[in-house]
Design a protein around this ligand. Structure first.
Ligand code: ZN
Ligand code: ZN
Ligand code: ZN
Length: 347
């Protein structure tokens, strides 16, 4: 998931150089020596054996002085003029890397990726700390920054991007909670003001072409239905649900019943019997929402004890309220018949 912070920049970036006490020039250090404090890199006052100079020249360096102890020297890069402390052993056995050249390359690559290089990650050598154009700090793999510099990737700031996505959600009455639980990169998990949490494609959040599966708000210009459904739970409890949806069949089959073992071991959706008893078309989702609220209010007034407490059904159904005792089924069906007559009158 890309738009939620994976590496939040809370580390102190490490710079590749120090200023030793005896000089004001920068002494670059190889990665493994960067924890060694400046005062350790004192001049080691001993002669440099003649043949060491030959080694150095062959490898593109000049030996400036001995430092720290008998095993360390300062090499001046013949390409960039930078000074890097190395082990004598490194000079003898391989081609030492110029930490100045490497640092310059990293800065240039970052610049090409529109980033400012702030320093190396203190513990992970593959990561660097960068400042994005928005001002936020980003921790990224060097390899990724190289791809950005080539134009093959984009160093998007998670903080800014998450704020932008949150704003998109806020304007529609939703809260961005996190990445898609099903790992689809085009989806996110959101919470509606009614409390409903659901996956929504970000593109749909931007255009508003979706509905809250709980309260039905959203995409309110599309036609919708008021419906009554009967459920029989595995323990034999029969209940009736009154609600509205753009697609009651899909709501019944794919959204309401909990999937196998989701809440309680030994129960699954295949044991929950569900039937769509009746559906009445409404001109819009908004109208359906208003009508549905009116019906629930009417039931509450007339049959105050008919709504089941959530503990009685949330093992089996993915809803939080408005499930009624089976005895209310004929009452609800009569309401829908009446509503159907009203709906026809509107035509
Ligand atoms: Zn160099
Ligand atoms: Zn930012
Ligand atoms: Zn809602």
């Amino acid at each position: 998931m890309t738009s939620f912070p994976t590496h939040s920049a809370t580390v102190d970036p490490v710079l590749p150089f120090i200023t030793p006490p005896y000089t004001n020039e920068s002494l670059f250090l190889p990665r493994r020596s960067r924890h060694v404090p400046p005062e350790v890199w004192q001049i080691f006052p001993t002669d440099i054996p003649e043949h060491w100079h030959e080694f150095a020249k062959d490898k593109g360096y000049e030996i400036v002085r001995r430092v720290r102890d008998k095993n360390h020297i300062v090499l001046e890069c013949q390409t960039c003029g930078g000074m890097t402390a190395h082990k004598v052993y490194t000079l003898r056995s391989t081609k030492p890397e110029c930490a100045t050249c490497q640092y310059d390359r990293t800065i240039e690559t970052a610049k090409a990726a529109r980033l400012i290089f702030l320093g190396y990650h203190p513990t992970n050598r593959h990561l660097g700390v960068f400042r994005a154009p928005c001002g936020h700090e980003l921790i990224r793999q060097f390899e990724f920054v190289e791809r950005c510099a080539r134009g093959d990737a984009c160093p998007r700031c998670e903080a800014c991007h998450a704020a932008k996505e949150q704003e998109e959600a806020t304007t529609r009455g939703w809260n961005l909670i996190g990445p898609d639980p099903q790992n689809d990169p085009s989806y996110r998990l959101y919470r509606h003001i009614c409390g409903q949490e659901q996956r929504v494609a970000r593109a749909n959040m931007q255009t508003g072409r979706f509905c809250c599966e709980e309260c039905g708000e959203g995409w309110s210009s599309a036609p919708s239905y008021i419906y009554a459904m009967r459920f029989v739970f595995p323990d034999g409890t029969q209940v009736v649900k009154l609600g509205f949806s753009r697609d009651p069949q899909s709501r019944l089959h794919y959204q309401l019943k909990r999937s196998a073992g989701a809440k309680s071991a030994g129960t699954n959706s295949s044991e929950i019997d569900g039937d769509l008893l009746r559906q009445v078309p409404m001109q819009s989702g908004h109208l359906a929402l208003c009508v549905e609220k009116r019906l629930h209010a009417e039931i509450k007034r007339t049959y105050p004890g008919a709504a089941l407490p959530v503990e009685r059904f949330d093992t089996w159904l993915r809803v939080k309220s408005e499930i009624y005792v089976a005895e209310l089924e004929p009452v609800i069906l009569a309401m829908l018949r009446r509503l159907h007559g009203d709906a026809r009158d509107l035509d």
